[in-house]
Design a binder for this molecule. Structure first.
Ligand code: SF4
Length: 189
């Protein structure tokens, strides 16, 4: 008979929510929007980041993304930091906005935005809609927290805790964007 796991996914997420709601109880992992994005880009990248191995943020690619994020829609949005680690922008009409340079990778920024909506709803009881914007491509996408998307967020959070709590990085697996990844020098040694 196989051993039953020491927790169920639901128990783990319920525990995370309870701890996040209580200012005196630390969650098992302090999950940021960037971690959600990394999880869907490359779990190995997430593991490096969780170990304090950070990338050089002065590179042109990163600066281009930061510049687009900082300069787009700046007259119609306000920035908020929640619980000292969730940083998001809210438009004048109340929607939460995430600005990206390119839509080449759609899932990671969508999940990041959904995590913000989930966090506002589940931890603080604030219901919001989201907008994913690609100003350079002149496109916007409406993003909503539904029963299905909330389940996707919770599966992501469960997966992130697994990666971060692991003693070693996930196995090396070549991805189409490895050549432009800023971790490649330590990843493929
Ligand atoms: S080089 Fe490839 S496998 Fe390594 S962290 Fe970057 S994307 Fe992931």
């Amino acid at each position: 008979m196989s051993e039953s796991p020491s927790y169920s996914k639901k128990d783990r997420i319920d525990d995370l929510i309870e701890r996040e709601r209580n200012p005196h109880r630390e969650p098992p992992v302090r999950i940021t929007g960037l971690m959600v994005q990394y999880y869907h880009v490359c779990r190995r990248e997430l593991w490096f980041m969780s170990r304090g191995i950070d990338i050089d943020r002065s590179t042109p690619n990163i600066q281009r993304g930061t510049h687009t994020d900082e300069t787009s829609y700046r007259d119609s949005r306000r920035s908020f930091t929640i619980d000292g680690r969730i940083a998001l922008d809210v438009l004048d009409d109340g929607d939460v906005m995430e600005v990206k340079v390119s839509s080449s990778l759609e899932k990671p920024p969508r999940m990041q935005l959904l995590y913000y909506l989930w966090y506002l709803d589940r931890i603080h009881g604030v219901e919001k809609s989201g907008v994913l914007a690609y100003p350079r491509e002149r496109s916007r996408e409406q993003v909503e927290l539904t029963e299905d998307t909330a389940i996707s967020v919770e599966e992501t959070l469960d997966g992130i805790i697994d990666v971060v709590e692991s003693d070693s990085p996930p196995p090396l697996e070549k991805k189409p964007y490895c050549d432009s990844c800023l971790y490649q020098d330590i990843c493929w040694l």
